[in-house]
Design a protein around this ligand. Sequence first.
Ligand SMILES: *Cc1c(COP(=O)(O)O)cnc(C)c1O
Length: 456
Amino acid sequence: MDQQTRYYSTNHKVPEVKLREALLQGQAGDLGLFMPKHLPHWTTEELADLADRPYAEIAHLALRRFTGGMLGDSECRALCNDAYDFDVPLEHVTRKTYVMRLDRGPTASFKDFAARMMARWLGRLVRDRGGELVILTATSGDTGSAVAHAFHGVEGIRVVVLFPVKEVSDRQRKQMTTIGGNVTTTAVEGKFDDCQAMVKRAFADPSLTSIRLTSANSINIGRLLPQSVYYIYAYTRLADIAAGEPIIFCVPSGNFGDMMGGLLAGRMGLPVRRFVIATNANDEVPRFLATGRYEKIVPSRVCISNAMNVGHPSNLARLVDLYGGRMDEQGTLHQPPDFNAMGCDLYAVGINDDETRRTIKEAYAQFNLLLEPHGAVGWAGLTRFFTEHPEDADVLTVSLETAHPAKFPDEIRACVGVDPDPPPSLVGLDQRKECYTTIPADYDAFHEMLVGEFKR
Ligand SMILES: *Cc1c(COP(=O)(O)O)cnc(C)c1O
C-alpha cells in the first residue's frame, strides 16, 4: 500500500501535493481538482476479511490506506469510530436488489459520511498549524447542513454556508440556520449556480488571500475518499466475496461526488459490473456520455430532487480524467475520455419530476419501499436499466437512498399519503429558532460580507 500517495490536479498545471495540502487547498491553484496518483488495491482475501465488520472498522481499514502519511493508525481508527456512530441499513427489496439507506447521520443525508470525516481531518490539521480556517460552502440542499453540523464547534474553523433562498425545503433550511456558533448561514436571492459561482470566485480572489479559505464542496478530495467506503461496506455485507461476485450500484447524482467515490472503490478492486447513474432533468452528463458533446444546463433546472439541481457538475473533470481525458473547470474538453470504456462501466439516464413522483408511488405500492425524491430518481434509473438489460436482472444490486424521506414531508404526503416519521436528528427541528442573513446574487455583496466577518 502507498501511504504517501500524491495528488495531481486535473488541469496538470501545479505540482503534486500530499493529502494534507489537498485537503487544505480544496481546489488546486490552477482551478483543477485533486486526484490520487495511486490507489491502494484490495485483494479478494482482504475484502473477505471485511465481511461483517462494523462500518467504522471498515472505514478505518479503508481510509488508513490514504491517511497513513498524515495521521497515526490509532488516531485514524479513533476518528472513524467517532464519526461513524450510526446505522447503515441495507434493505432487501426484491430478487437480489437492495436499497442502502445513507440517511441515518445527524443531518439525514449521505453527505454526513464525508462531512464528518473531513471535519475531523481538517480540525486536526488546523490544530497542528494554528490560525483560522474559513470553510466556504455552496449548497443546493444537504451539503450545507451536513458541513455545518460536522464542523460545528471545531476549534480554529469557521463555516460560511450559501444557499439559494427559494430552492431548499423548510426542513433543509432549518437544519442549517439553527446551528449558530462558528457557522454563518447566508441566503442568496438566486440559484444554486449563483451560490457556487460566488464561492468559486472567492477562492480565486487575490483581495481575499489574507483569509485562509477552503472548500467543503465535493471539489475537495476529502469528500470523495470517505464516500468510497460505503460501496466497500455494501459489497462485503452482501456479496459472495470469495467467488468475486459482481455488483451493480445505482447512484442518484448531481455534482457526481457520490459516484466518484464508487468509481474509486471500483478502481481499488471492488468487482463492480456497472454504475447506474441517474440524474434529474439536469441531464447534461447522460447526454455527454451518449453524444460525446458536453453542454452545461444554464440556468440549472429546478426539480424536486433539489440537491441534484446541478447544470455543470463540479466532479465531471474528475470523471473525464479517470478515463484518460482532460476537461477544464469551464467544461471545455481538451482531450476526450475513452467513451467506450465509460459506456461499459456506466449507464446514465435522466429522470424528470413526473417520473420521480410516479416512482415514489409505485415503489411504495409494489414493495412497501419508502423513497424520497433523490432515491426515487435512482430507483427509476435502475428500473430503466433493468428494462434495457434483462440479462442483469439477477445480479446483486444496491441502489443508494441518499436522504431521509422525512426531509421532504410535503412531497411524500402528496405522493403516498403518509407522513414519514422523522428520525431523532430531525425531531424538534421545526420549533428551533433560525438565524440567517439574506444577500442578493451579487459577488460584491458576498465579498463585503466576507471582509467584514473575517479580514484581520
Ligand atoms: C448531494 C446529494 C445528492 C447528489 O450527490 P452528488 O455527490 O452531488 O452527485 C443526491 N442526493 C442527496 C439527498 C444529496 O444531498
